[in-house]
Design a protein around this ligand. Structure first.
Ligand SMILES: Nc1ccn([C@@H]2O[C@H](COP(=O)(O)OP(=O)(O)OP(=O)(O)O)[C@@H](O)[C@H]2O)c(=O)n1
Ligand SMILES: O=P(O)(O)OC[C@@H](O)[C@@H](O)[C@@H](O)CO
Length: 428
C-alpha cells in the first residue's frame, strides 16, 4: 500500500454541532434521519474503485484519468469527497501501471487524506482491496478501521455532501444504504432465442447508483465470504450485503447528477456541468475585516440575488497562504474589493498565482479589481496613475485567458459615487 500524505484527519462532527458541521442545508436534509443529538458520530472512510480500463469510453486512456478542462476526471471526484470534512480517509484502488499517474494527480491538485491500493481485475476485487486496507488486521497500515465505509465509483464526480450524509446515516441504522434513481429506459429480459421474454414494470424498479454506504463489518465480511463468481461477475455491492450478510439496504433517492461517466458522451456532459458549476462560484477578496466593508454587502447581495452562486470570501486577503488556498479551490471568478489600498501589486500577486496554478487555460479566469477611493484625501491623478497599470497588465495576461478588469469608484464625502471604468475586459 502506498504511503499516504500527511494530512489532518477530520471526523464526522460529534453531535453534529462541532466547527466541522456540514453546511446548514445539508444538515437540514439529513437531520431528520440523523441519530439523536449528543451521540458519537461514526468514523467514516471512503473506498473509490478506480482500476478500470474504460473500454466503453473507446479511448486509450482509462476514463477516470481522461481530462476535463485539462484536469483528470478522478480529481473532481476526489475534490468532491474532500469537501466533506467528516470523511477521514479516502482509499483509491488503481492499477499498478497507473499508480505513478495517480500519485502525480494527488500531488498536483494537493489532494488530502488519500491512500492508494492496488486495484483488482474486477470492480468487486478492487473494492475488496480497498476494504482490506481499512481493516485493522492489515500489517503496517496507517489507516484505522471506520465504523461506516462509503463506496463510490471514481467516475461519478458529481457527488454532494447531502447524499453522502444520507447514505451514511442510513447505513448506521440499517447496515447498508445506496443511492437510487428512476429508470430512464424500461428493463427487459430476453429469452435464449434473443426475443423478448418479459419486461419489468419500470415504475416499480429503480436504477442503483453510487454512493453506497455500509457498516464496515457488514460489507467486509460479505466480501470475505464472496464467491469467486460474484467477485468476477457481480456489479452490485448492496446485493453482496443481502446475500452474505442478510442485510436489506436502505434505498436513498439520489440527485440526477449521480450518473456514472461510461461513454464518451458522458465526458462531454461532465465538462458542461463542470463549466456550469465553475461559472457559479465567485471568490470575493477583501482587504479589511471591517464588518461594514462594502465587500460584505456585496457578498450578501450576491448570495441573495443569485441563489445558485457560491460565494467564498477571504479575510484578510493578500497573504501568500490565503491566496494559495483560494487558488487551490479551483475558482475561476474573483472580485477583489479594495477599500484600504489602491496597491496594484496585490492584484499582480493574485494573477501570478493564477498563472502558476492548475486552472485550465481552456476556461477564462475573470478578475475584477474594485477600488474605492475618497479622492478628497488623495489626488485623483496619483490614484489614476497607479490604476492605469491595470489596463496594460490586462492586455498582458489576456494571452493566458485571464480577463482582468479594474473598477475605480471614487466617492467624495458630500457627493455620491462616480465610477470610472478602466479598460480590461473586452467591452460586452
Ligand atoms: N477492475 C476494475 C474495474 C472497474 N473499476 C472501477 O469501477 C468503477 C465503475 O466501473 P466501470 O464504469 O465499469 O469502469 P470500467 O470497468 O473502467 O469501464 P468499462 O466497463 O467500460 O471498461 C470505475 O471507477 C472503475 O475504474 C475498478 O476499480 N476495478
Ligand atoms: O457495472 P459497472 O462496473 O459499469 O458499474 C458498477 C456500478 O456503478 C453499478 O453496478 C451501479 O449500478 C451500482 O452498483
Amino acid at each position: 500500500m502506498e504511503p499516504r500524505p500527511a494530512a489532518p484527519r477530520p471526523r464526522l462532527c460529534d453531535s453534529l454541532g462541532a466547527d466541522q458541521t456540514p453546511s446548514a442545508s445539508t444538515l437540514n436534509a439529513a437531520r431528520a434521519e440523523a441519530r439523536p443529538a449528543g451521540r458519537r458520530a461514526p468514523a467514516v472512510a471512503a473506498v473509490l474503485p478506480a482500476g478500470g480500463s474504460g473500454e466503453r469510453m473507446g479511448v486509450p486512456t482509462p476514463k477516470q484519468f481522461c481530462p476535463v478542462l485539462e484536469r483528470p476526471l478522478i480529481s473532481y471526484t476526489l475534490q468532491a469527497l474532500e469537501r466533506v470534512c467528516w470523511i477521514k480517509d479516502i482509499v483509491v484502488a488503481v492499477t499498478g501501471e497507473n499508480m505513478e499517474a495517480m500519485k502525480g494527480i494527488i500531488q498536483k491538485y494537493q489532494h488530502q487524506r488519500i491512500s492508494l491500493v492496488e486495484a483488482g481485475v474486477t470492480r468487486h476485487r478492487s473494492i475488496f482491496n480497498g476494504l482490506k486496507a481499512l481493516a485493522e488486521d492489515q500489517p503496517d497500515s496507517k489507516l484505522s478501521k471506520p465504523e461506516v465505509v462509503i463506496i463510490h465509483d471514481a467516475v461519478r464526480p458529481f457527488v454532494e455532501e447531502d447524499v453522502l450524509l444520507k447514505v451514511v446515516t442510513a447505513a448506521k441504522e440499517y447496515g447498508a444504504a445506496g443511492a437510487i434513481r428512476p429508470l430512464v429506459s424500461t428493463v427487459i429480459s430476453p429469452s435464449a432465442d434473443g426475443c423478448l421474454d418479459h419486461s419489468l414494470e419500470r415504475a416499480r424498479h429503480r436504477a442503483s447508483e453510487m454512493p453506497q454506504a455500509f457498516l464496515f463489518d457488514v460489507i467486509y465480511e460479505a466480501y470475505q465470504q464472496c464467491s469467486d463468481y460474484d467477485l468476477e461477475f457481480g456489479t452490485e455491492c448492496l446485493q453482496l450485503a443481502l446475500k452474505y450478510g442478510h442485510i436489506k439496504a436502505k434505498l436513498v433517492e439520489g440527485s440526477p447528477d449521480l450518473w456514472k461517466v461510461t461513454y464518451k458522451r458522458d465526458l462531454y456532459a461532465a465538462e458542461s456541468i463542470i463549466k456550469e458549476r465553475i461559472s457559479q462560484h465567485i471568490c470575493l477578496i477583501m482587504d479589511t475585516k471591517d464588518e461594514n466593508h462594502v465587500g460584505h454587502r456585496l457578498e450578501e447581495v450576491l448570495k441573495d440575488e443569485l441563489n445558485h452562486v457560491k460565494v467564498t470570501s477571504r479575510l484578510p486577503c493578500h497573504t501568500g497562504r490565503d491566496l494559495d488556498q483560494i487558488v487551490s479551490e479551483q475558482c475561476y471568478s474573483y472580485v477583489c474589493v479594495n477599500v484600504m489600498t489602491s496597491d496594484f501589486e496585490e492584484i499582480r500577486k493574485l494573477v501570478n498565482m493564477l498563472e502558476e496554478s492548475n486552472l485550465s487555460i481552456l476556461y477564462p479566469v475573470v478578475v475584477i479589481s474594485v477600488y474605492f477611493l475618497d479622492y478628497k484625501s488623495v489626488p485623483f491623478d496619483q490614484k489614476m496613475e497607479n490604476l492605469m497599470q491595470i489596463r496594460e497588465y490586462a492586455k498582458e495576461v489576456k494571452k493566458r485567458n485571464i480577463l482582468l478588469c479594474g473598477l475605480l469608484i471614487y466617492y467624495p464625502q458630500e457627493q455620491y459615487l462616480a465610477v470610472q471604468y478602466l479598460e480590461g475586459l473586452p467591452h460586452a
